[in-house]
Design a protein around this ligand. Structure first.
Ligand code: BG6
Length: 494
């Protein structure tokens, strides 16, 4: 099935951090794929900016190397690479002084085409770069700025960044990326909920027992130790990706797909999260830190070795029980779990329904597992609805638990596009639906900040777990205490 293609108007994309890891690993491959699909209109330009002085040809060579290294050239139609490289230009500029800015201004010219500034840099450069863009008069009517998470380290620093960027760009021109929102299966969650009348009547505390959200990774900190040790799993994954998944699962139906209609509903969920204070943190959160163990069968060192420190209080695993205090969700716990160096890489949302109220079969009611809807975000994106069915054959009613199983790759005969392809094109078009609004980011921090403060006050180090295991035992206890268990079915899929 061919994907529908809507061309975007000509644009200039200026990538700050243009020779950095994010640009090379994610942005250029995503842009290249959009080039190959024929989505760009002429004349579109991509201008890399970095402090390093580089000739344009050397920059183009570096981008070509990145496309090769990250497998973007496999199966590329002929002529596509040449077309893409011809769009690339480079300016050496420094956020902290005047160097390079006149050249950038001259390159951009008075042109009134769409202009997007992508800040693929360290977050401490967000404000200086935004201010420079403003001072140099580069922020035109049709300009937008795209920033990556993390937006701040806490509520106060996020507000400061938002204020600074907001003094140059209006909120509708600021695109804050949470790349989970660009994942096909995350958008499918909205299709599942709001394009099917079947689910809405049961999507509440009368029928749902609990929800689980797991984002498991096999990787460790992968050379990002300096950033990660200052961040930890709660800032790196929970404040953004996991809370966004929770919002899309729990929000009320928006009245349209309009960006603000959608974000208003997500914001209401964030505001309804029951605060976890010091009293609740010990019982409702679990922190872990990986030790030496195995990743994909190979021995790997522990976290302290990876970040080159003798000790660290930074968590690489978090599990927590979260409550959404409103009519729809009262009494339905949301269990969140994320970690590095776990046995498998997968992300999923599990909606656990209530058990049957009365059993007519010759079996214990406990032996009839409840229905479960598993939304597999990655890999093998799809949806499974676990149901009880009769095992064929004579000899009485033997019931088994089996899934209605829909794999998107099989259904559509194609793999999902990378999240950045969708997000970049949406930012160019000015569609902010899949980007975080300022108040969402700050509301998410208002939930996270007290948890971090509670952990600091508790002064307990994160619990150790061996690389290649499912985190500290306390994470299992967190859910089992409530008579529930983490979903195991996904784990035989890989
Ligand atoms: C990033 C985090 O936002 O998401 C990383 O900073 C994490 O630590 C990554 O590895 C996970 O993304 P994905 O798309 O691989 O699930």
């Amino acid at each position: 099935m061919a994907a529908r293609l809507v061309k975007v108007d000509p644009f200039d994309l200026v990538v700050f951090g243009g020779t950095g890891d994010l640009a090379r690993r994610k942005l250029y491959p995503a842009l290249f794929h959009r080039e190959c699909s024929g989505q760009f209109s002429e004349p579109t330009r991509i201008i890399g900016v970095s402090r390093r002085g580089l000739e344009r040809d050397a920059f183009r060579g570096g981008v070509k190397d990145a496309l090769t290294k990250f497998n973007a050239l496999d199966d590329a139609p002929s002529g596509c690479l040449e077309r893409f490289l011809a769009r690339l230009d480079f300016v050496a500029a420094d956020a902290m002084n005047d160097a390079g800015w006149p050249e950038l201004r001259e390159k951009l010219g008075p042109d009134e085409r769409i202009r997007a500034f992508y800040l693929a840099t360290s977050p401490d450069l967000f404000c200086p770069i935004a201010e420079r863009i403003g001072a140099e008069g580069l922020a035109t009517e049709r300009s937008r700025i795209i920033v990556e998470k993390p937006i701040g380290r806490d509520g106060a620093s996020a507000a400061a960044i938002n204020n600074d960027i907001g003094s140059v760009f209006s909120e509708r021109a600021i695109f804050r990326i949470d790349h989970y929102l660009g994942k096909e299966s995350v958008q499918n969650l909205m299709a599942l909920r709001f394009a099917n009348a079947l689910l809405e009547p049961v999507w509440n505390n009368a029928h749902i027992d609990h929800v689980q959200i797991t984002v498991a990774e096999t990787l460790g900190v992968e050379g990002r130790g300096a950033y990660y040790d200052e961040s930890g799993a709660i800032r790196d994954m929970v404040q953004n990706h996991m809370l966004q998944l929770l919002c899309l699962t729990a929000m009320e139906p928006p009245n349209s797909m309009d960006a603000d209609a959608l974000r208003d509903e997500k914001l209401k969920v964030l505001k309804a999260l029951e605060p976890i204070d010091e009293g609740a943190a010990a019982a409702e959160t679990v922190r872990g830190q990986y030790r030496a163990g195995f990743a994909d069968g190979t021995p790997v060192p522990g976290y302290l070795h990876d970040v080159g420190r003798r000790e660290s209080m930074t968590e690489t695993f978090v599990a927590m029980k979260v409550k959404v205090a409103n009519w729809r969700w009262a009494g339905v716990p949301f269990y969140l779990r994320t970690g590095k160096r776990l046995p498998q890489r997968f992300s999923e949302i599990v909606v656990g329904f209530k058990r049957v109220p009365h059993v007519i079969f010759e079996m214990h009611s406990d032996s009839i597992p409840a229905n479960r809807l598993v939304i597999r975000v990655q890999p093998d994106e799809g949806i499974k609805l676990w149901m009880m069915v009769k095992e064929p054959g004579p000899g009485g009613m033997h019931l088994v638990h089996l899934p209605l199983d829909m794999s998107f790759a099989k259904a559509f005969g194609m793999a999902s596009a990378d999240a950045y392809e969708r997000l970049l094109m949406d930012a160019i078009r000015g569609n902010a639906a899949l980007f975080m609004r300022r108040d969402e980011v700050e509301a998410a921090w208002r939930f996270i900040d007290p948890i971090r403060a509670a952990w600091t006050a508790m002064r307990e180090p994160p619990r150790p777990y061996a690389a290649g295991t499912w985190g500290p035992n306390a994470s299992v206890a967190l859910i089992e205490r409530d008579g529930r268990a983490w979903n195991e079915d996904a784990h035989d899929a890989e």
